[in-house]
Design a protein around this ligand. Structure first.
Ligand code: T46
Length: 135
């Protein structure tokens, strides 16, 4: 079972800092990359789960708070503010993300974009738990 995880990626000091993620550092083959630049203080985004897609998030600038919940109600949270940190968000985790002003976030996804892969209603996500428990 895949669980949320924080990675500390290797860096090279070149007066600036270079952070490197080799293919073997990533837990899945990346099929899609996108990035989000937030203009608002404490903007809340996400609030959905993915059926299959897994994602890796890196906060390139600013700060990000990620709150995750699995379908058993187990919660975890991560604060990202260093560009060498990367969080794995597995599929089937409810995800709520708070962006601090001017946050820039890079996302690497295991799947191409598919609106059908999203569960956007929390009660629907929780009812999947019921289905899971009922077998
Ligand atoms: C996630 C967090 C971190 C596309 O057309 N293609 C894409 O690849 C993506 C990611 C989004 N879109 C469209 C769909 C919506 O009309 O962009 C719009 C905004 O997407 P959404 O409301 O899902 O944005 P966030 O910031 O709530 O969530 C996004 C990802 O969708 C999500 O998977 O984990 O960033």
């Amino acid at each position: 079972m895949t669980i949320p995880r924080l990675y500390n990626l290797p860096t090279v000091d070149i007066n600036s800092i270079m952070t490197i993620a080799e293919r073997d550092d990533l837990p899945f083959p990346v099929k899609r990359v996108y990035w989000i630049t937030s203009n608002h203080e404490d903007e809340i985004r996400g609030e959905h789960a993915h059926k299959s897609c897994q994602q890796l998030l890196v906060c390139l600038h600013g700060e990000l708070n990620i709150q995750l919940e699995d379908n058993h109600g187990n919660k975890s949270s991560f604060c990202l503010k260093h560009p060498n940190e990367m969080v794995l968000i597995p599929s089937q985790y409810w995800c709520k993300i708070a962006y601090k002003k001017d946050a820039i976030v890079l996302v690497m996804a295991s799947h191409e974009y598919d609106p059908e892969d999203y569960i956007r209603v929390y009660d629907e996500f929780k009812s999947q738990e019921l289905k899971y428990h009922l077998g």
